[in-house]
Write a protein that binds this ligand. Structure first.
Ligand SMILES: [Zn+2]
Length: 151
């Protein structure tokens, strides 16, 4: 049984900025092996945008996802919480975050945070972190607060 993807949100100005940043990052992706370039952009709690793209490697497991790059950029610039995230990739299927990235996102986002999925032409679906990773294990399970300066 195939479920229809959730109806995407209207492309608001905020979403439009995320879309543009993810599209630009996708254009810089390093994906010579899969030829499947992905871009991701997130807005942090202060409103700053951070983007990433997939970076593959001849030693395949060493490659990293677009979401990981965007999160690393956020952390390196001082951001600690994801307010919204958009992933953009090619193909007929929805380019939703992989399982590992769902956990990466969860580290810095609560269950209500929106994760949008797009291709190069349109926003295709919108989910919440809670829908993508229900009953997740996160920093609160360990009594940690990722907002701390060096948490
Ligand atoms: Zn991933």
């Amino acid at each position: 049984m195939t479920l229809a993807p959730p109806t995407p949100d209207i492309l608001t100005p905020d979403l439009s900025r995320l879309f543009d940043a993810a599209l630009a990052a996708q254009g810089r992706a390093y994906a010579p092996y899969s030829r499947f370039p992905v871009g991701a952009a997130l807005r942090d709690e202060a409103g700053a945008l951070h983007a990433g793209c997939n970076v593959e490697n001849a030693a395949y497991p060493v490659g990293t996802c677009a979401e990981a790059g965007a999160i690393a950029a956020m952390i390196a610039s001082g951001g600690r919480r994801i307010a919204a995230l958009l992933v953009l990739g090619p193909g007929p299927g929805l380019v939703t975050p992989c399982g590992a990235c769902r956990q990466r996102i969860r580290e810095f986002a609560g269950p209500a945070v929106r994760v949008h999925v797009a291709d190069a032409t349109a926003l295709r679906a919108s989910f919440t972190v809670g829908a993508l990773l229900p009953d997740s294990f996160g920093p609160d399970n360990l009594g940690a607060d990722p907002r701390g300066p060096h948490a």
